[in-house]
Design a protein around this ligand. Structure first.
Ligand code: NDP
Ligand code: BG6
Length: 516
């Protein structure tokens, strides 16, 4: 008899909400109307459309789900359906199969978000859908809009009585960036809270929807082995990198006044930092998790505006070659001011002044048009206190735990091992866990977050005070840079790893950027 081959089948136990199994169909898959403001935009087509189509294909949302899109562009209902369908097909990676059919009700209303008449037409459309469908009057208002459009939308939703339906719930999803600075972020929070209650507000950061980002919770708090080492006794420093190969694309209208600090640091990168640095929450639920993240943000030392060069470096891409193709510099991109001083790259040192992290710098960098698309968190441990082996055995390297967020998702631990042979020779080796081993395809993040909105679960969304704290952290960087023109832009060629000044910045700290 031949030996049985047992295929590798990891046991995957999903993290369920506390009582999700005990809920009825209406709670698991509630009927609802998704109202998308900014329906003709890039986010809707590239990210929301595929996520919606995947949720429908997987039967995760009620088939009684309806979509109403709003934007300025003129489109018929059929054209809007084709726009979403096209986005779903184009942006569903081949590994994820076919995207799935859109719901039977897809409507589009053209108009300006500042025009009160638009909300009358919206109300009539919602009432008609809810009247025909019967059951609870559940509504999600998704603001896939430039931040300056948000206050008017929120106000008018309130004025028209759309935010508090009788016999159902209303939830509002607000895209990042949440405001333009601390002041406008606060004002937007105030505006939202006059119309909605905090439990109705979902400030979305799609990084929190990524599987590998959620895995930071699991890696840290479901395993006993890492947590005892997760502090300044054992960790030398942390590096967080989000490197992109894409340029600004067609988004200059937004990006040229935002730049990398507002676009990436205030939200995605600070969220990665928070999850890496936070204390264990008392429970895996919204307020407990968010309270711990707020404490991390509160502990980040205020960067002195007048000594910014000791804490941060900025860059802007020039022309170059990315993935074998010649690409223009930022200042030559469509709709970018040819004298623009907007940074497309930044590297920042954050100091977290608390017991766990005192003395452990967090080096965080992100840029567009870099050599490769990679996001990762690297925890570099301290070296052994005394080198036991002779120099001839080789240089001993610090252990590094890398959490690869994307692509090539996984976790890897670097440690030194003896090379087989009669002499003592030491070399770095890696213990690798690739996510692909788990079999299930990794989705984009929006699927999970949209589903959480339908379930009323705010754990993976940012709270009002958290967003304000994040603005407080980045404000000195913005002020220092916006007050002083850089003088040397563009300072890195597209297709490289960023400005040389970023390398010198870390060398001054006695460290080097990790190879991504
Ligand atoms: P776009 O510029 O592509 O889309 C903006 C949308 O808003 C368009 O549908 C536009 O309508 C509509 N719009 C703007 N102002 C008005 C107005 N006064 N009245 C009516 N419609 C209006 O932006 P994105 O889709 O890229 O981004 C939207 C939001 O999502 C931004 O806050 C962005 O930061 C955020 N985001 C975007 C991501 C992305 O990858 N695109 C990723 C994460 C967040 P029309 O064009 O018809 O005039
Ligand atoms: C968005 C930024 O929030 O995130 C974009 O506005 C950026 O500029 C994008 O490209 C990166 O997201 P991802 O999921 O591709 O890493």
């Amino acid at each position: 008899m031949s030996a049985a081959v047992i295929p590798f089948e990891p046991r995957v136990e999903p993290v369920e909400g506390p009582d999700r199994d005990l809920r009825g169909e209406e709670e698991i898959r509630p009927p609802f109307t998704l109202v998308i403001f900014g329906a003709s935009g890039d986010l809707t087509r590239r990210l929301l459309a595929p996520a919606i189509a995947h949720l429908l294909r997987d039967g995760s949302v009620s088939p009684e789900f309806a979509i109403i899109g709003l934007a300025r562009s003129e489109m018929s209902d059929a054209e809007f359906r084709a726009y979403l369908d096209g986005g779903a097909r184009e942006f569903t990676p081949p590994t994820q199969g076919r995207p799935g059919e859109l719901p039977s009700i897809v409507q589009y209303i053209a108009g300006d978000f500042g025009d009160a008449g638009l909300y009358g037409r919206l109300k009539a459309a919602i009432d008609a859908i809810e009247g025909k469908r019967g059951g609870p009057k559940n509504r999600i208002f998704y603001l896939a809009t430039p931040p300056e459009a948000d206050p008017a939308i929120v106000n008018l939703l309130g004025e028209k009585g759309l935010a508090r339906p009788e016999g159902g719930w209303a939830r509002v999803v607000v895209e990042k960036p949440f405001g333009h600075d601390l002041q406008s972020g606060k004002e937007l929070n105030d505006e939202l809270r006059t119309v909605f209650q905090e439990r109705q507000i979902y400030r979305i950061d799609h990084y929190l929807g990524k599987e590998t980002v959620q895995n930071i919770f699991v890696l840290r708090f479901a395993n006993g082995v890492f947590e005892p080492l997760w502090n300044n006794r054992y960790i030398d420093h942390v590096q967080i990198a989000v490197s992109e190969t894409i340029g600004v694309g067609h988004r200059a209208g937004y990006y040229d006044s935002a730049g990398v600090v507002r676009d990436m640091f205030q939200n995605h990168l600070l969220q990665l930092l928070c999850l890496t640095a936070m204390e264990p929450p008392v429970a895996f639920e919204a307020d407990a998790v968010r309270a711990e993240k707020v404490k991390v943000l509160q502990s980040i030392r205020q960067i002195p505006e007048n000594a910014i060069d000791e804490w941060a470096v900025r860059g802007q891409y020039g022309p170059g070659v990315v993935e074998g193709k010649k690409v223009p510099g930022y200042r030559e991109e469509e709709k970018v001011n040819p004298q623009s001083n907007t940074p497309t790259y930044a590297a920042v040192k954050f100091a977290i002044d608390n017991w766990r992290w005192a003395g452990v710098p967090f080096y965080v960098r992100s840029g567009k048009r870099l050599a490769e698309r990679v996001s990762e968190i690297a925890i570099e441990f301290k070296r052994v206190p005394h080198p036991l082996f002779s120099k001839a055995a080789g240089t001993l390297n610090p252990n590094v735990l890398r959490l690869r967020i994307q692509p090539d998702e996984g976790v890897s631990l670097k440690f030194d091992a003896k090379i087989p042979g009669t002499v003592m020779q030491v070399q770095s080796v890696y213990m690798d866990f690739p996510y692909s081993k788990l079999g299930a395809p990794i989705q984009g993040g929006y699927e999970r977050l949209l589903l959480d909105v339908t379930h009323g679960d705010q754990t993976l969304f940012t709270r009002g005070d958290e967003v304000e704290q994040a603005w407080r952290v980045v404000s000195p960087i913005l002020k220092a840079w916006e007050g002083h023109a850089p003088g040397d832009f563009p300072n890195y060629a597209s297709g490289t790893w960023g400005p040389e000044s970023a390398d010198r910045f870390l060398e001054r700290e006695g460290r080097r950027w990790r190879t991504l």
